[in-house]
Write a protein that binds this ligand. Structure first.
Ligand code: ATP
Length: 234
């Protein structure tokens, strides 16, 4: 599904992630972990075309999307739930979904809205409510719903659990699991290592922009030194 080879990306002269190679297959969940500033968000943003790629290749189903605009990448089946949600607080829930779905056809948009309301009943009930007046958890659900409108094959999720109550995090993760069961590939960036490792198949640990460890979650957990030395986990 996704094959990333030798990816370097950053801002001006600053290289946030260096020579990063990894792949994700259909129906797999990859967790990208690392300390603050390790380059996790920059990696996701580079996959979306929102941070400058300096070198390497990003292939979705064998097509190199490195040179494509973010909108064109959505057309190739990739979508992001960004850190901080970035919803339009002055627009209603429904309007946020419409704006989020501007890259898809009208019929796909109508279908997509119906589908995401199926995942998030709370949003359906609040369709006309201003997004700015939603609770933090509902705003996160809206950010997820917006990313799902285009029915991505690969979903990038940045800090899903940040600042949310465990019950709401459970609800959001339940939707991710449903999507994953249907074959959607997912890349998770999480401060909450435990949450991420509970659902992921594979893990990459970044250390100051460099890949420190890659392998299965089972391997990472078997060797407690790995999580301890990179993440300070016991
Ligand atoms: P966190 O967990 O704190 O979000 P992260 O692992 O996601 O960290 P990034 O946000 O990708 O890390 O940051 C990687 C590096 O890129 C850091 O040195 C950061 O200061 C730098 N950086 C991030 N965003 C920008 C930006 N808009 N302009 C310049 N430098 C940036």
């Amino acid at each position: 599904m996704l094959e990333v080879s030798g990816l370097s990306a950053g801002y001006g002269d600053l290289i946030a992630v260096r020579d990063f190679s990894f792949s994700v297959n259909q129906g797999e969940i990859l967790a990208i972990l690392g300390a603050n500033g390790a380059g996790k968000s920059s990696t996701l943003m580079a996959l979306m075309g929102l941070v400058q790629q300096k070198s390497g290749s990003i292939k979705i189903e064998s097509t190199d999307i490195s040179q494509l605009s973010p909108e064109e990448r959505i057309g190739h089946g990739i979508s992001i739930v960004p850190e901080g949600r970035r919803i339009f607080t002055d627009l209603s829930v429904f309007e946020n979904l419409i704006v989020g779905g501007h890259t898809v056809s009208k019929s796909q948009l109508a279908q997509g809205v119906e589908k995401v309301f199926g995942y998030f009943e709370r949003l359906k009930e609040r369709s006309d409510q201003l997004a700015g007046s939603l609770s933090g958890g509902e705003q996160q659900m809206l950010a997820m719903a917006r990313a799902l409108i285009s029915e991505p094959k690969l979903l990038l999720v940045d800090e899903l659990s940040l600042g949310l109550m465990p019950k709401i995090v459970d609800e959001c993760y339940a939707v991710l699991k449903q999507l994953n069961k249907k074959g959607t590939a997912i890349i998770l960036v999480e401060q909450n290592t435990e949450r991420a490792l509970a659902v992921a198949d594979y893990v990459c640990i970044l250390e100051a922009g460099n890949l420190g460890f890659t392998g299965s979650v089972a391997d990472a957990q078997k060797n407690s030194n790995i999580l301890h030395s990179f993440l300070g986990e016991s």
